[in-house]
Design a protein around this ligand. Sequence first.
Ligand SMILES: [Zn+2]
Ligand SMILES: [Zn+2]
Length: 250
Amino acid sequence: MRGLFRHNRNNQDSCAICHMNISEDQNGEINGMNQANNYIHCPNGHFLHIEPCLKNWILESINCPVCNAPYNRDIVTKFKVIAEKINNRREKQQKQEQVIQKAVEEYEQIENKEIIPSDIDEKLFRSKKLILDGNYAAALNILFDILDNKDPNNHVAKYLIGKVHFLNQRYELAVTNFTRLVKSQLDYPLAYYYMGKSFEQLNLPDKAKWAFKHSLSNIRSLINKPEIDDVKESKLKIIVQKMETFISTL
Ligand SMILES: [Zn+2]
Ligand SMILES: [Zn+2]
């Protein structure tokens, strides 16, 4: 069957998704699939790597990404199960993450409402408001002014700069800033939390997990501090509980 379509293909076979080479061996094929050589092709001779290209693609469609011809049913059945498992796990993790994010935001709302009288704290208060309004450039101006002219070691300002970069989807900058902060100030749980979220966006799941774990242990020690107030404590406890479950799935 496939011989009929051989002229459709290049001499050099390559994967329709990642465009990297595929080494074809027709003798090892069963139903258009050669597991030893890690490829599969549709009835019209369009090749894909099984790992990871087909396994990712089959989350979207059971047809060839080039010509839309359906793959052999046995193959689809075999990978659909994997695909559905992956999908279910992803959906579950996404839901857990949303719950954590909501709890974090509720905790942040309490922090944002704290009114503190000094000049620096007034500036911090103002920059938090600007961040909430999405006015990141103005917030950064104030925060850099604090670090440059008032208090070069101000942890909150450093944290908020990292947060702005995170919200602005500048994840590498966010990681750089949070890393600097946690070097000097070890108990900054939300810095580790947003560092983890940034690593996630940068497709670095191991580092994300590492950062989430740090965040978790920092939050635990924050809860144990005698000066923590009840409202914050209860919010933090919720975050801990949700995060423990989430990390265990990573
Ligand atoms: Zn590929
Ligand atoms: Zn095709």
